[in-house]
Design a protein around this ligand. Structure first.
Ligand SMILES: [Zn+2]
Length: 52
């Protein structure tokens, strides 16, 4: 997968753990947070990926 920011990486982890734990509410929550996460252009390195 493409590299993401630390927060997204953590959310992905949490989402995966929640899914395995059967906590669908948390899975959805993490998914929403990931989607709503602000652009990562500030982090540089990923500039040009997706919408700039
Ligand atoms: Zn992020």
């Amino acid at each position: 997968m493409s590299p993401i920011c630390e927060e997204c990486a953590r959310l992905e982890r949490e989402k995966e753990e929640a899914r395995q734990a059967g906590d669908l509410s948390k899975v959805t929550d993490c998914a929403v947070l990931l989607k709503r996460h602000p652009d990562h252009s500030k982090r540089s390195a990923l500039s040009g990926k997706g919408r700039a």
